[in-house]
Design a binder for this molecule. Structure first.
Ligand SMILES: Nc1ncnc2c1ncn2[C@@H]1O[C@H](COP(=O)(O)OP(=O)(O)OP(=O)(O)O)[C@@H](O)[C@H]1O
Length: 195
């Protein structure tokens, strides 16, 4: 059996609290968790270094990796391609850190097809009504985007109900309570926890 840290997949509807939890996790445990380095076909900017901010690759190399099923998720923004590769997640584990993957439902399904041996955590809002309030309160999304996110949220919550999809579902109602549960999932050994 390998002693490499198993990646943790955090998913849940937009506005469910993924960024809030993951930001706190990195802040409280800066040496224990890492995000994977994404691939991109865009050119490096300023002092960006290959393998650090991104793995900078050509469009051909990117497409080859797509054909080889090397990506968990990939998408196009403008004329550039971006993706999270299976290898980038393994690289984090090889460095002795737990890779945190913040991905949506389709990505969760992709991870399940790999040999990453991930643990799956779902952050669920207390209700769609509360989710709507939080999305509005965040003030980052236009009305149309909010409606789209709420529709998608219902699908995500339905999928999460299927037995065996997630190792744990945390209902993000009271923030401190949800954080405690999140922290406990990410750091199973109580003596290693800060709170
Ligand atoms: N338990 C909570 N109680 C009240 N507000 C919360 C709680 N958890 C998160 N929020 C707030 O809800 C909003 C959405 O949270 P956050 O941005 O972390 O969601 P997300 O899942 O990362 O969304 P996205 O997938 O769109 O990035 C934020 O404004 C955050 O401060």
């Amino acid at each position: 059996m390998s002693s490499k840290p198993r990646p943790i997949v955090v998913s849940g509807p937009s506005g469910g609290g993924k960024s809030t939890m993951i930001t706190r996790l990195h802040k409280d445990y800066p040496d224990r968790f890492s995000l994977s380095v994404s691939h991109t076909t865009r050119a490096p900017r300023g002092s960006e270094k290959d393998g650090l901010e991104y793995n900078f690759v050509t469009k051909d190399a990117f497409k080859k990796l797509v054909d080889e099923n090397g990506f968990i998720e990939h998408a196009q923004f403008g004329s550039n391609l971006y993706g999270t590769s299976v290898q980038a997640v393994k690289d984090v584990a090889n460095q002795g850190r737990t890779c945190i993957l913040d991905i949506e439902m389709e990505g969760v399904k992709q991870v399940k097809k790999t040999d990453l041996n991930a643990r799956f955590l779902f952050l669920q809002p207390p209700s769609v009504e509360v989710l709507e309030k939080r999305l509005r309160g965040r003030g980052t999304d236009k009305e149309e985007a909010i409606q789209e996110r709420l529709k998608q949220a219902e699908k995500e919550i339905e999928y999460a109900k299927m037995p065996g999809v997630h190792d744990q579902i945390i209902v993000n109602d009271d923030l401190e309570q949800a954080w405690k549960e999140f922290e406990a999932f990410c750091i199973p050994d109580e003596k290693d926890r800060k709170s």
